[in-house]
Design a protein around this ligand. Structure first.
Ligand SMILES: [Zn+2]
Length: 383
């Protein structure tokens, strides 16, 4: 279902709205100069955007040095509606209700969960009901539901899931049956990249790496999400880094995620120490106490990831690589060592950093996906 306001918007309207969103404190005259549209056309478009409650006049700017009337500043109205983003992992479901500028209204997380159609129907129904009870009154109400899935997606349709079967759990259909909101589906790592692109960076070329039980990346190239010919772009966990190495669920041997996924690091450490369970916090405690085994498994993880990242740089030459990993977050030494390992000519200007959005990167990417459809705008910067 397309939102009526989106289908109504002309390319010039979208252009003006995009500029107002991406350049805070623009005046009509500056908008006219940036777009090449006449002042009369810009005025008419701005009037419509104000009537649509998407733009507000926020105050008076400085007059130009030749004097004249002080211009009125235009600003995107991020409070005109609400967005729902849902992230469905193999053992959790995460929901975020925000305004259209990403400001959080409500966040909910359920863990562990059962992954079958009936259970997903129940969780989504609970989340929708809770959000609807809590949501403030806005002009548009909920403009869309973005669902992040952990598997490749092509043109909004899931291809396969390593953790769940899309034929058995049709997420979109379940959500559409529950409510009349527009529903959009996207890969979780792609959404995280969109979230980082829109909310944390000025760059147009960015790679965001999500590391959990596997390793996936979202790639933003010249402001656009790179999905490839079949939706597999960014499946960096399946680059082969060891010949005849460990068998991977993708059908190959020696894939990066068989060596550098967080889960592998925890399993190796658990085995060495004969522990039943290891997570990032447990490993960090051993690491900080100079435990030899902890230091070794951590170093091995960094070295394998370095190979993966070197390959990424050679392929995509991003300005920024954002890591979203609870392991690298808990042990910040790891990111320092990783940076130290990237020493060739191609990585001189590269910024490698931990995500500041953490698990909300994917959910905020969901806000961006909803906005892209609702506003008819592709490139959003809402820092
Ligand atoms: Zn693989």
């Amino acid at each position: 279902m397309k939102n009526p306001i989106y289908t109504r918007r002309s390319p010039n309207e979208s252009l003006c709205l995009e500029l107002i969103m991406n350049h805070p404190a623009l005046s009509r005259a500056e908008l006219s100069a940036k777009t090449g549209l006449t002042k009369a056309t810009v005025s008419a478009i701005v009037k419509k955007l104000i009537d649509d409650h998407l733009v507000i006049e926020t105050g008076i700017g400085e007059s130009s040095n030749v004097g004249g009337r002080k211009p009125i500043i235009l600003q995107y109205n991020g409070k005109a509606g609400l967005s729902i983003a849902i992230d469905i992992g193999y053992n959790y479901i995460n929901g975020l209700l925000t305004y259209l500028d990403g400001e959080e209204v409500q966040h909910i997380k359920k863990k562990p969960i059962t992954l079958d159609e009936e259970a997903i129907d129940r969780y989504l129904s609970e989340i929708f009901t809770l959000f609807e009870q809590q949501m403030p009154t806005t002009e548009y109400g909920i403009i869309g539901v973005a669902i992040a899935v952990h598997g490749p997606v092509y043109h909004g349709e899931p291809i396969f899931g390593p953790h769940y079967n899309f034929d058995h759990i049709p997420f979109r259909k379940i959500a559409e049956k529950l409510r009349n909101y527009p529903v959009y589906l996207e890969n979780e790592a792609n959404l995280a990249a969109l979230g980082e692109y829109t909310f944390t960076s000025d760059s147009k070329n960015l790679v965001s790496i999500n590391m959990h039980s596997g390793i996936g990346a979202g790639i933003v190239k010249n402001g656009n999400l790179e999905v490839g010919a079949h939706g597999f772009a960014g499946e960096i966990g399946h680059q082969i880094i060891v010949m005849d190495g460990k068998a991977c669920r993708c059908g190959n041997r020696g894939c990066l995620e068989m060596y550098a996924a967080n889960k592998v690091c925890y399993e190796q450490f658990a085995q060495r120490k004969k522990l039943d369970y290891v997570n990032a916090i447990i490993l960090r405690e051993y690491y900080q106490n100079q435990d030899h085994d902890a230091r070794e498994v951590v170093e091995e993880n960094i070295n394998y990831l370095t190979i993966g990242i070197n390959n990424l740089i050679a392929h995509y030459d991003p300005s920024i690589i954002v890591l979203n990993s609870s392991l690298y977050r808990e042990i910040p030494d790891m990111i320092e060592q990783l940076r130290g390992n990237l020493r060739n000519h191609f990585s001189n200007q590269l910024v490698v950093r931990n995500s500041s959005l953490n698990e909300k990167a994917t959910l905020l990417g969901g806000v961006v996906l909803n906005l892209q459809h609702f506003l008819g705008i592709k490139h959003l910067k809402l820092k």
